[in-house]
Design a binder for this molecule. Sequence first.
Ligand code: FAD
Ligand code: GLY
Length: 414
Amino acid sequence: MNQSGMSQHEGTVAPSNDEHKFATMSISSTSTESQGAWHSETIIVGGGVIGCAIAFELASRGQEVLLVEQSQIASGASSAAAGMLAADSEAFAHPLMVKAAYDSRELLHKHKEQISALTGIDFGLRRSGFITPFRSYSDLNQYKNKWKGSSGAEQFWWDRPTVQREAEWLNRETYGAYYRPLESEALPVSLTRAYARSAQMMGARIWEGVQDVRLVVNNDGVRGVATAKGEISCKHVIVAAGLHGGELMYQVGETLPTRPVKGEIMAIRFPQDQAVYRPDRTIYAEDVYIVPKVNGEVWIGATSLPGRKDHSVSANSVQRLLGAASYWVPGIKGADFVRAWAGVRPATPDGLPYIGKCENIAGLYTAYGHFRNGILLSAITSQWIADMLEGKSAQEIGIEAFSPDRLKRKGVML
Ligand code: FAD
Ligand code: GLY
């Protein structure tokens, strides 16, 4: 306990295959921090995949870092994700998103090696390849028209006989499919906690249950963060609070809003006698995705409901997802239902994340608004933020399109 009586939680993360029970466990054991005044060179606000990846990267560069999370590590959108690293399969509207996605997917594979050597944690990252199937020639053409110009994807065309040979569990009527061998997926909660645990092992402090966090700024820039139990001084603050990033920024006069887009998703499991019907690669179709996970489950997602912040799952959505999924993988009709859940994606007005330095407030950085791809973009976001803290500009890194000040510069009214 320190002077102001704040007892913080710090502790260890253990690996587990029970992905969603995991999300309700604290990574902490209660410990005490006794010093006259709290200080950290850098404070990260938010313990989702983005904040934890940044803590990992900064700690690996030997920087002093404290992450404050109002609830628990991986309790926000990162606990709801499917964990796909769909760099070749998502239709990105901006060329920087395409590049960021490729680079980040590859960087995540490098982080896997680093994290595994450091902690022994396996967060289920596999390069299993994704299949995008089509019902007909006309569906394929529609898809190609939509994708015009946006893809430099590493992909192969599979005609019907190839699909039937390579993916026996896929609907036999499938016209054909793109196969994207570099696509990967991971367990998102395990990944987030692995980042947090590795950061801790390299000296980062992770505090959970820190309430009423506010940014403290003056004319010279950032001074620290205020919390329910006391103030922590620092040189840099990184706002990585996902959907709530906009509220924190608004308190210091910056308008960088997020918009909620709820997603519902579910898990099934194939009984032993149905195992031959279980897909062994992700199906990334236009109407649904089906993701076989390393823990034996198969996840089916997801709905997209703009403006919704609640976490209910409707029977109608489960029915719709199961209907679409069992068209592509008919064997799903013989699988067991395990559970369903929902999360809220942090979208931005122009669909791009806010990653970078805030022009008006020295020492303040943003890393939020990753919408559908925060798991995928976590690794590259952490590298960029760490580079900027070491003095590189957005221009040097080539990420001005993600600058937090871009909307203001363009005169977008918010
Ligand atoms: P979060 O995970 O929400 O973390 C933000 C954290 O900040 C939270 O823990 C919150 O408690 C904390 N916080 C907020 N305010 C404060 C405050 N004032 N003080 C302290 N802490 C605060 N992405 C992919 O790449 N691949 C996928 O397959 C994928 N599938 C998805 C499926 C669904 C159904 C959904 C909903 C999302 C999916 N996403 C996917 C998107 C992905 O989940 C998000 O982009 C990502 O989790 C955002 O991470 P984050 O760290 O920014 O936010
Ligand atoms: N990236 C998948 C989703 O957001 O549903």
